[in-house]
Design a protein around this ligand. Structure first.
Ligand SMILES: Nc1ncnc2c1ncn2[C@@H]1O[C@H](COP(=O)(O)OP(=O)(O)OP(=O)(O)O)[C@@H](O)[C@H]1O
Length: 270
């Protein structure tokens, strides 16, 4: 018999994080099981980045517990970081730097092959000798994903990996994630909308004001609302959520708010 508890690879219990004078996370419980692709959604400022930064150990919880794999089994792609950083390093070098750590200051034997393997996964192996500052924003983001993959992690945590990224790179990113998930990678990904990743996402967790207000079916999976070419409005969605006292109402994702309720909303197609 399989034990679902055994499959939990990321767990946060009653997590509170206070930054400055703000209580940014206010009692978050989260579990991610092996093989899941969990989308972490929520309005700007709801605490998504703070949650993933706490999970990867970049921030200390004020209270509560975090249980995650060892650092070398978990890849992390932070939000809005350029792979270029003003230093004329090649894609291969940036990726290989993911093999370094506090206790490993020299690249291991075979680092080039490992860097190529990771660049292959993100579809950039042909650019391995290019300086990263000659790559597009989307390509730089893929270099950073390759950097997170170079240790062959079991779990990948990404913070808005496609925000502001060009469309070809978004598609390439989705293709990369599809390949990795098929190999068994577990993924926790902060997103503003499911977009190209919608078919992969197995569960959505929605934060609002530092609390989980939805943990279950991904909104787009219910009816395909997140499709790029699907334009519509839900004139009464907010009212519906408010009437029901439903805290899932959150700005910036109104469509999903409607999809999360059992009320279908009204669609207006231009
Ligand atoms: N170092 C800090 N000191 C004080 N407050 C902070 C700090 N970092 C973040 N915050 C606040 O915490 C809240 C949550 O921020 P966080 O970046 O986690 O949200 P987010 O959901 O990831 O937002 P976005 O979608 O805009 O990236 C915000 O109100 C932010 O202003």
């Amino acid at each position: 018999m399989t034990d679902p508890e055994h499959d939990v690879v990321i767990e946060a219990r009653d997590l509170h994080v206070r930054l400055g004078t703000s209580n940014v996370l206010r009692g978050v419980d989260l579990q991610v099981r092996r093989g899941e692709v969990v989308a972490l959604l929520g309005a700007n400022g709801s605490g998504k980045s703070t949650l993933v930064r706490t999970l990867v150990g970049a921030l200390a919880p004020t209270s509560g517990t975090v249980d995650v794999p060892p650092a070398d089994r978990m890849g992390y792609v932070p939000q809005r970081v350029s792979a270029a950083g003003g230093i004329p390093a090649t894609a291969q070098e940036v990726v290989a730097s993911g093999l370094l750590g506090p206790r490993r200051l020299r690249l291991p034997r075979g680092w080039r092959a490992r860097a190529h393997e990771a660049l292959e996964l993100v579809g950039l192996v042909d650019r391995c000798h290019d300086a990263t500052n000659h790559l597009s924003g989307g390509q730089q983001q893929r270099v950073l994903i390759a950097r997170a993959l170079v240790r062959r992690p079991d779990v990948l945590v990404l913070d808005e990996p496609v925000a502001g990224v060009d469309q070809p790179s978004q598609q390439q990113f989705a293709a990369t994630m599809t390949r990795l998930v098929a190999r068994g990678l577990t993924v926790l990904v902060v997103l503003h909308e499911l977009g190209e990743l919608a078919p992969l996402v197995t569960r959505a967790v929605v934060l609002r004001h530092g609390r989980v207000v939805h943990d279950g079916a991904p909104p787009a999976a219910l009816d395909g609302h997140a499709a790029r070419d699907h334009e519509h409005v839900h004139p009464h969605a907010a009212a519906t959520a408010a009437e029901r006292g439903d805290e899932t109402g959150f700005s910036g994702f109104e469509d999903s708010t409607a999809a999360l309720t059992d009320h279908p909303g009204t669609e207006v197609h231009p």
